[in-house]
Write a protein that binds this ligand. Structure first.
Ligand SMILES: Nc1ncnc2c1ncn2[C@@H]1O[C@H](COP(=O)(O)OP(=O)(O)O)[C@@H](O)[C@H]1O
Ligand SMILES: [Mg+2]
Length: 435
């Protein structure tokens, strides 16, 4: 939280304060707090408003529990709490609203956990123990003003090469851009993020999905597999013999943690996850829709672009066609663009030689095939993202993101052939595609 330090008692902060609205919560918290060895007189009756009032005058505790039940606008009220609460305080909220969107927004605004009422002893105990551990954990020095860029890669059909694009872009960001980069492969059962870099995925992602309450900065540090100094991967080969039960909150939390620990995050997002967890693209700055020149892919590109308009209006969307082959396509570029009602932003050629070589070497295509047309196409895509990132920094990571006349669009006008030129355009494609 954000307020300046206030003078506290003789040894600084109290371990715990709580502000709750009803007697059941009051009694339950007092019992758990006593168990934890904390003073029970710090469990107050009264909700968020009382918390704000008293914290504006006294030092903030290590752990703060606030009941949002009487708050008409929890998010706004949490912000006023942030103004009076000192840095380092770990805040747990509770309330009656069972809405994953609210949960996610609260987590985004700095809340450690949200407990649904009526409270249970076990849930409260677990939340307090976690909060205490988070408070005690060594803090990683992360400056808040560092811009973060989240890039989501979505394939319109299986096998179009979305994971190939995601791993290559992550490699380029880390190796060429020298940025601390994360790759989150959300194909929990069949992900290839780690495999394509010849790494064991480990159990990190599966653990995260099974125990979302364990996800924090420290967890991320331990669970991620290092591909290099600057590239870390979270991927999984979850057992396929039993379904993973999740409401998706683990994925949102992972995105949040990656956001604060890395500079660029790439999310390899299987399209089936869109349907299940649309929130996963709500914070994306750039979405890359990887597709191909087939009828089925055209249909699904249309559907996904329209879905993105409603679910990720803040994002810059790039359409990248992969596996393009001169003279061999179900649907011509012009017809494809006509049906998706926009230009294709980048064409990546089919090149089985380069992708096979990459697989054999256990390297990304961008690394092992850097001299090929395909490798060059990945470089172009990466620099388009970088331009977009620069623009977001100048627009304070968000302003202007909705603007279609972005730097990306302007860059693309230079790089891309104009539509509707018939034969000439096909030749330009051929140039891009030819070896
Ligand atoms: N431009 C390309 N040319 C030839 N093969 C490719 C190309 N891009 C990807 N592939 C291959 O296609 C297969 C599927 O790619 P993958 O990235 O796993 O697709 P997705 O994640 O969309 O299902 C892989 O074997 C990959 O090497
Ligand atoms: Mg994939």
């Amino acid at each position: 939280m954000n307020a300046p330090w206030k003078p506290g008692g003789p040894n600084g902060r109290d371990p715990f304060h709580a502000y709750v609205c009803d007697d059941h919560s009051l009694d339950l918290l007092r019992a758990v707090v006593q168990e934890m060895g904390w003073p029970i007189e710090r469990v107050h009756k009264g909700g968020l408003r009382n918390a704000v009032q008293s914290l504006s005058m006294t030092a903030s505790p290590n752990v703060l529990f606030v009941d949002l039940s009487e708050s008409g606008d929890p998010l706004n009220d949490i912000n006023s709490l942030a103004e009076v609460c000192e840095p380092g305080t770990v805040v747990i909220a509770s309330g009656q609203v069972n809405d994953v969107r609210l949960y996610r927004d609260l987590v985004a605004s700095g809340i450690q956990d949200y407990l649904l009422k009526p409270l249970s002893v076990d849930a409260v105990r677990e939340a307090l123990v976690n909060a205490q551990a988070v408070f005690a954990a060594p803090k990683v020095d992360i400056s808040d003003d560092r811009p973060h860029l989240m890039v989501t890669v979505i394939g319109t059909r299986g096998g179009v090469g979305a994971s190939t694009v995601a791993t290559s872009l992550a490699y380029l960001s880390s190796a060429k851009g020298k940025r601390p980069t994360a790759l989150l492969d959300l194909d929990v059962h069949f992900g290839t993020g780690a495999l394509s870099m010849d790494l064991e995925p480990g159990r990190g992602l599966t653990d995260a999905v099974e125990n979302p309450s364990r996800i924090d900065g420290l967890f991320i540090e331990r669970a991620m597999v290092r591909a290099s100094e600057t590239l870390a991967i979270l991927s999984a080969e979850a057992p396929i013999s039993q379904p993973l039960i999740t409401d998706g909150s683990a994925y949102y939390q992972l995105e949040e943690e990656l956001r604060s620990a890395f500079e660029w995050t790439f999310i390899d997002l299987p399209r089936s996850m869109l349907v299940q967890h649309p929130h996963l693209v709500h914070e994306s700055n750039v979405v890359i829709v990887v597709t191909e020149f087939t009828l089925a892919a055209a249909r699904d590109t249309i559907r996904i672009l329209s879905w993105l308009k409603s679910n990720a209006p803040q994002s810059q969307v790039l359409v990248a066609v992969n596996k393009a082959q001169v003279g061999i396509s179900e649907i011509a570029r012009k017809d494809f663009e006509h049906s998706i009602e926009r230009q294709v932003d980048l064409i990546m050629p089919f090149d089985a030689k380069v992708t096979t070589q990459a697989a054999k070497l256990g390297k990304t295509v961008a690394e092992s095939g850097r001299a090929s047309k395909l490798g060059q196409a990945f470089l172009t895509l990466s620099s388009l993202i970088a331009s977009s990132g620069a623009e977001m920094v100048s627009g304070s990571n968000g302003a202007g993101k909705k603007n279609g006349n972005s730097l990306i669009s302007r860059l693309l006008e230079v790089k891309l052939p104009k539509p509707g030129k018939g034969k000439a355009k096909t030749e330009t494609d051929a140039e891009l595609i030819a070896e």
